[in-house]
Design a binder for this molecule. Structure first.
Ligand code: KG4
Ligand code: ZN
Length: 333
């Protein structure tokens, strides 16, 4: 069974073909980072225009690398939301056109479910049906209790900024560029994470919600006091900020593990590209006698293989959309 996945919810135009739900035949991502860099964030109108330029060649390449033509596909999965409406519509129109021409089923996928479905693309046993999922991206920070594919109970989420958004905003205010996560990570490598005592909002509360806007304000206030640091001090600031985000994510995950008596955590989303977070989370989860399942970085950041993986699961369960499928910018999981 071959499923074509299409993803265009934000600033990556992506297409991928997955065989039998777990084998990646092709996985193409056209990044728009260079276009949005001068603005310090994604400009929705520019994103839509870039998707229009890229979508046909990206899908073509995904089919070519998979060595398949349209007629050999069994279904098409496309991100329906959440995301930027103009950006989503490009992928959705493409998917609908292909589904119509090839007369194949189409299925709309929640982008967040896509991130969680990246786990199907890994070697090894599938996760136990009941597990925790930690999703940390540019748009979302949330912990879910998963009770089998398609059954997600939200345990906690960010009340304000997502963790990735905090990385991006802090990098912008330090004049470091976009996207902030990888840049801050780079500076952090030579900085001291305990140099500045940034707040860990809600870290000790009983709830599993997150809040990162206070941390962003604390960095702003620090910069107002001492100016934009350079050299070693900049590295210290980045490392201290990164550790503050990491501490909260780790503490909440451990608290969710203890509360739900689960023993497997699946993590995903672009912020999980961060090596310090990956190691810190794994060490803390192992310390609880539990296991962390972490996709490689290329499957943590936005891609279409994860959308095709989620699509395969839905198609196998007999679920599909029709050609009235429309973008849902605020789709919930
Ligand atoms: O999942 P993703 O690719 O797109 C969304 O669905 O939002 O996540 C993008 C976010 C951005 O905020 C970016 O700064 C962050 O992931 N990110 C990182 C790293 N790489 C990407 N954050 C921290 N450390 C990284 N290495
Ligand atoms: Zn994402």
């Amino acid at each position: 069974m071959h499923v074509l996945g299409i993803e265009s919810s934000c600033d990556e135009t992506a297409a991928a073909v997955i065989r039998d739900g777990n084998y990646i035949c092709s996985n193409i991502v056209a990044s728009q980072v260079e276009i949005h860099k001068p603005y310090g964030g994604v400009v929705p109108e520019l994103a839509s225009r870039q998707h229009i330029r890229h979508i046909v060649p990206v899908v073509d390449r995904a089919l070519q690398e998979a060595n398949l033509n349209l007629d050999q596909l069994d279904a098409i999965a496309v991100t329906q939301g959440p995301g930027l409406v103009g950006a989503l519509l490009v992928g959705i129109q493409m998917a609908k056109a292909l589904a119509y021409i090839a007369n194949r089923p189409i299925v709309g996928i929640n982008h967040l479910e896509g991130h969680l479905a990246a786990v199907y693309l890994l070697d090894g046993l599938p996760p136990p049906p009941r597990h925790l999922a930690l999703l940390v991206s540019g748009g979302h920070t949330a912990i879910f209790l998963v009770n089998g594919f398609g059954s997600y109970q939200l345990l906690g989420s960010s009340r304000d900024d997502a963790a990735g958004e905090a990385f991006d905003k802090v990098a912008k205010l330090l004049g470091l560029g976009y996207p902030g996560g990888p840049i801050i990570e780079k500076f952090s490598e030579v900085g001291c994470p305990n140099a500045i005592a940034f707040p860990r909002a809600l870290a000790n509360s009983d709830e599993l919600d997150f809040s990162f806007s206070g941390l962003k304000t604390a960095v702003l206030n620090h910069v107002k006091r001492v100016g934009i640091p350079q050299g070693e001090s900049l590295a210290d600031l980045c490392a201290s900020f990164q550790r503050a985000v990491q501490d909260v994510l780790v503490r909440k995950t451990i608290s969710a593990l203890q509360r739900t008596r689960t023993n497997v955590v699946i993590a995903g989303g672009g912020v999980l590209a961060n090596h310090s977070l990956r190691h810190g989370l794994e060490a803390a989860i192992n310390n609880e006698g539990a296991k962390l399942i972490l996709p490689p970085i290329s499957l943590c950041t936005d891609n279409a293989a994860m959308i095709a993986a989620a699509g395969t699961q839905r198609i196998l369960r007999g679920q599909r959309s029709d050609l009235s499928l429309n973008a849902e910018p605020r789709l919930k999981l």
